[in-house]
Design a protein around this ligand. Sequence first.
Ligand code: NAP
Length: 279
Amino acid sequence: MLCSQVMLGSVFRCLRTSPVAGKRSMSQSSLAGKVAIVTASTDGIGLATAQALGKRGAHVVVSSRRQANVDKAVALLQGQSIQVTGTTCNVGIGADREKLVQMTLDQCGGIDILVSNAAVNPFFGNIMDSTEDVWDKILSVNVKSAFLMTKLVVPHMTKRGGGNVVFVSSVAGYQPMQALGPYSVSKTALLGLTRALAPELAHSNIRVNCVAPGIIKTRFSSALWHNEDIIDEFKKMLSIKRLGEPEEIGGVIAFLCSEEASYITGETITVTGGINCRL
Ligand SMILES: NC(=O)c1ccc[n+]([C@@H]2O[C@H](COP(=O)([O-])OP(=O)(O)OC[C@H]3O[C@@H](n4cnc5c(N)ncnc54)[C@H](OP(=O)(O)O)[C@@H]3O)[C@@H](O)[C@H]2O)c1
């Protein structure tokens, strides 16, 4: 008994005096001084992620295809005292990706965080009816551009001594959704991309992680949540009997980009209200 008290005492003393423990207790979740690119960030999960990163002190760079949406998002974030820069960027277009990265470097001086959030789904139906065009579009925007954005930012993160990449996958990446076959496959690919990149980029002190949201109330998923029958079906799979909110994904992404997650890489966090996710 006495022996274990003595041991506990020395553990607590060590924690109090350890420089690592001391450093961690300061402000683990602060992102002050960091520059974060979030793609497809003028609405839904991307916008909520920009908000979450910005509220923790990061300068966020928001973008999407339409200037009017960019202007609206910039105004909203500025109104919340978030440091923000905006530009148009269709992530499926190489010149747009390069413009986004160059503008960030010019205006913010570096890049520490990339959240690759953009995705499209131009096809609903039986997977056997999907065409080559559908596959080209989905894989190009949802997977290839996620990698190519990463490739563009990594040299700049390396110059800053490290960074964070987070991909936005989906519960559909674990369990393909009916009528969303090609989209689901593209989201499974992001789980693989996360695991493939993490060991390679760890040498540059860059962590690579992924989030897989469940059904989150956004415009993208409105076809699902506007239909009561579909919602009832989903609720059977949920432990938490409601749909998710974009902020519930943004917070997890901000956590992954923070020092609190300093020992996490190559992982996908499912944020689904309890849907069983396994490959
Ligand atoms: N909502 C869900 O239930 C759910 C579940 C799992 C995963 N996800 C994933 O979460 C991510 C975000 O979805 P969301 O639900 O937040 O969608 P959302 O609310 O509809 O927002 C989509 C955003 O993407 C932009 N965008 C669309 N295509 C783009 C492109 N090619 N290049 C750049 N920006 C583009 C849109 O703005 P513009 O129109 O101006 O381009 C908008 O800002 C996607 O990767 C999606 O697969 C969503």
